[in-house]
Design a protein around this ligand. Structure first.
Ligand code: FES
Length: 172
């Protein structure tokens, strides 16, 4: 799909504001992703940024596939991220992941222990993903719900948080 003029204009402004600064590329990609209603980087926007910054497209793909914060698929309205690092795993993150998949109606996959998983419900309300470590292992198991970090998470609290998101959504 062609990139809209509005998306091009936002990318132009973002590139102008960031170029030449340390970490410019990450900043540009992060802002452009955040600007998209479905919080992801489409092939079209990546091609556009590559052309405008003179960074090879292959290098952009290396960056966005390396960092967990970047999405190459459209995301749900709410995001829930479960840590699957060693500390969180030993404190029960696998069960949190299973419980949430069940609640959201997301299919079980054989790669249940995968470090990097990202699934979105068909109605695009929720995206469930995993990370290798949040760097907050003392709080294991750690879960991020719409960018808020929750430490020492358990199934009941996670259920309550998801229920809260659902109710908030229904009130809108
Ligand atoms: S292993 Fe989960 S925060 Fe480090």
């Amino acid at each position: 799909m062609a990139l809209s003029l509005e998306a091009q204009s936002f990318a132009d402004r973002t590139i102008t504001a960031h170029l030449g600064r340390p970490g410019a590329l990450l900043g540009i990609l992060e802002r452009v992703q955040e600007h998209h209603p479905n919080k992801f980087l489409s092939p079209e926007i990546l091609e556009y940024v590559a052309a405008k910054t003179d960074v090879p497209l292959s290098q952009l793909y290396s960056v966005v596939t390396f960092y967990a914060l970047f999405n190459l698929e459209p995301q749900g309205e709410h995001s829930i991220c479960i840590c699957r690092g060693t500390a969180c795993h030993t404190r029960g993150s696998r069960n949190l992941l299973r419980r949430l998949r069940f609640e959201l109606g997301l299919p079980e996959e054989s790669e249940d222990g995968a470090d990097k998983l990202c699934m979105t419900t068909p109605d695009r309300k929720y995206s469930l993903r995993t990370v290798a470590c949040f760097g907050q292992c003392a709080l294991a198991p750690v879960v991020e719900v719409d960018h808020a970090i929750f430490g020492h998470m358990n199934e009941q609290t996670l259920h309550r948080e998801v229920e809260h998101l659902t109710k908030t959504k229904e009130k809108k």
